[in-house]
Design a protein around this ligand. Structure first.
Ligand SMILES: *[C@@H]1O[C@H](CO)[C@@H](O)[C@H](O)[C@H]1NC(C)=O
Length: 342
């Protein structure tokens, strides 16, 4: 690639020499030609190897807000925290990497929100080379390999951040990661982190776990019994609980230095989903398959398969909106609805 750059510079030099004779016409032409050439070259390079400019990383926050508003149900709290935290980190000069920790029972939208974030920040979404996914059970299965995992993780993060500062690292199933693995992140997410001359402040770390999920559900139920509406629940109703929950349950952040030194910027609680939200999810799944207005019977057919808890109120779906997709697909097949609508 260097050869190409040198050639361009050579051409630029020649052109600027020529332009001395007629600074106006040739000069302008040369500058235009040069910038055209340079742009083309850059585009070609960036076509083969994803670059690190606004084109690859547009950070479209409007898109993020729209996705959250239209496709995420019952999580107003999440919406506000996520949007504000990311915007703040992106638009200012960050003093540390952004660290978000998502908590909640399965199926309440943690992965969903993560996908929206990735899709709005990066043009290629989860396909982007700047997006890194780590799955507890797949990437870190063995406790006695903790040190090996730590070394690998550090090298990966360092290598990628060196190439482009705007990286996002997603740790799914944090509760399945051996307790000490994530301690390696501590220096990287600390204030003014600069290690071996690599600056980590522009990176984003997202941690997803079911930890604290049942505590969140309990707390929500308590508030519900006091007559507090879902929309009126605030982050502060959960904050102390989140830190405690993340500490006490198995794996991930258990006994973790990361938590102890308060390096997680935001603990984000995902509330368990109620019937109205599950119905919205079901409608969405039908819509995706061309059934714009599913009848009550079609919705009920899916709804009866959903388990509710805890006793005695049975207010929440035990699995959130998980696996509704397959069930709706089945119903659509069974009733031959594909044909009618397509
Ligand atoms: C970047 O991270 C990926 C894992 O997502 C890893 O496979 C790759 O080796 C890393 N790149 C560098 C330069 O370290």
């Amino acid at each position: 690639m260097n050869v190409v750059y040198e050639t361009v510079i050579l051409i630029l030099c020649c052109l600027s020499l020529v332009s001395c004779f007629d600074p106006f016409s040739i000069g302008t032409g040369a500058a235009l030609a040069a910038s055209y050439l340079y742009q083309n070259l850059k585009n070609t390079v960036c076509f083969f190897k994803e670059c690190c400019t606004e084109r690859e990383i547009p950070a479209n926050f409007n898109r993020l807000e729209t996705s959250l508003k239209e496709k995420l149900y019952g999580q107003n709290l999440v919406h506000d925290v996520v949007v504000n935290a990311l915007k703040g980190h992106w638009n200012g000069e960050p003093t540390k990497a952004l660290t978000l920790s998502f908590h909640g029972t399965p199926g309440c939208g943690k992965n969903y929100v993560t996908t929206f974030i990735v899709e709005s920040l990066y043009a290629k979404g989860s396909e982007s080379v700047h997006v890194h996914n780590f799955l507890g059970r797949i990437h870190f299965p063995l406790k006695d390999k903790t040190e090996e995992y730590q070394q690998k993780l550090y090298q990966w993060i360092k290598g990628n951040v060196t190439k482009c500062a705007r990286q996002i690292f997603i740790f799914d199933e944090v509760d399945k990661i051996p307790p000490k693995v994530l301690n390696i992140l501590k220096p990287l997410i600390d204030y003014n982190a600069r290690i071996e001359s690599v600056d980590y402040r522009k990176a984003v770390f997202i941690f997803l776990s079911n930890t604290g999920g049942s505590l969140i559900a309990d707390q929500f139920l308590k508030l519900w019994q006091l007559g507090v509406r879902r929309e009126d629940i605030h982050l502060k109703d959960f904050e102390s609980l989140m830190t405690k929950g993340a500490f006490n349950e198995e794996g991930g952040f258990q006994h973790s230095d990361t938590i102890k030194s308060n390096l997680i910027d935001h603990f984000v609680p995902f509330l368990p989903l109620e019937q109205e939200h599950v119905i919205e999810c079901i409608r969405d799944e039908y819509k995706k398959r061309g059934v714009q207005y599913p009848s009550q019977e079609l919705i009920d057919e899916i709804l009866v398969g959903v388990e509710w808890g805890p006793q005695p109120h049975n207010l929440f779906s035990k699995t959130g909106c998980k696996r509704l997709s397959q069930k709706v697909a089945l119903a659509v097949q069974k009733h031959g609805l594909y044909k009618k609508n397509n």
